[in-house]
Design a protein. Structure first.
Length: 254
């Protein structure tokens, strides 16, 4: 699992760095270097592991380029295909990966936190990668799916990546928070509590959906999206976001 974990760390770092400093090529370049150094520092120094680290670094760079292209003039499905392909290959090759150890194994053994003390180095790396995945990468995947399915609005000459309703801006913060809550509650065995988080989001968003419906009825937004478009946007985005968190739980359960 060490190769898959490092790939997820690289993808998550790329998007997280880009969200802080949106520069061309720099985020994926930094993330690729971090992944290689991290892999070497945890004992992945066999020939197969070194080759895998080089390929993972290349995959991280490819992801950064694909996302930039997908949010530019390229097809939105392309980075989604890159992400799915890279993760699939990493999962398929996970049995050939070397076991990580080194300073990470010592740090986990000495950790006073019971959860960390019970983790193997490989699972700790996987947990780190999946946690990073819930942040900016989760938002990127949600936006790409919305664009690829034409759920986003493109009125008045806007691009296919425009949000359908300007008021719905909290998703970029609520999305990572809800995914982290679902992942954390799932790891703690509180699946019912995770379901409550999902229900709470619907209650929080309901007034905004109702406002869009009322505006459409009163003719205040004749050129804007109606309640059906806003509801579709909300449902597609939410289900994709929840799927990311649930799939992460499934990977950790293996």
């Amino acid at each position: 699992m060490s190769w898959l974990a490092l790939l997820l760390v690289g993808l998550g770092l790329t998007d997280l760095i880009f969200s802080v400093r949106p520069q061309k090529f720099a985020p994926e370049g930094v993330a690729a270097i971090v992944v290689v150094l991290l892999g070497l520092s945890v004992g992945l120094t066999d020939v197969a592991d070194v080759v895998a680290l080089i390929l993972i670094a290349a995959a991280v760079v490819l992801w950064g380029w694909a996302v930039t292209r997908g949010f530019g003039r390229g097809p939105s499905w392309w980075p989604l295909a890159v992400f799915a392909g890279e993760v699939t290959v990493a999962v398929a090759a996970s049995g050939e990966a070397g076991a990580s150890s080194g300073w990470l194994e010592t740090w986990l053994a000495d950790s006073p936190i019971p959860l960390l003390g019970d983790l193997t180095p490989d699972r700790a790396l996987l947990l780190l990668g999946l946690t990073l995945l819930q942040l900016s990468t989760g938002n990127v995947i949600v936006r790409l799916v919305l664009a690829a399915t034409h759920t986003l609005n493109s009125r008045k000459g806007g691009t296919s990546h425009d949000l359908p309703v300007p008021q719905l801006k909290g998703g970029r913060l609520l999305g990572p928070l809800e995914r982290l809550f679902i992942l954390g509650l799932g790891l703690a065995g509180q699946v019912t509590a995770a379901g409550i988080v999902v229900a709470a989001k619907g209650l929080i968003r309901f007034p905004e959906l109702q406002a869009a419906r009322d505006a459409a009825r009163e003719g205040k937004a004749p050129h804007g999206p109606g309640i059906h478009e806003v509801t579709e946007y909300f449902l597609v985005g939410s289900f994709v976001s929840w799927t990311i968190a649930l799939a992460s739980l499934a990977l950790l359960a293996t």
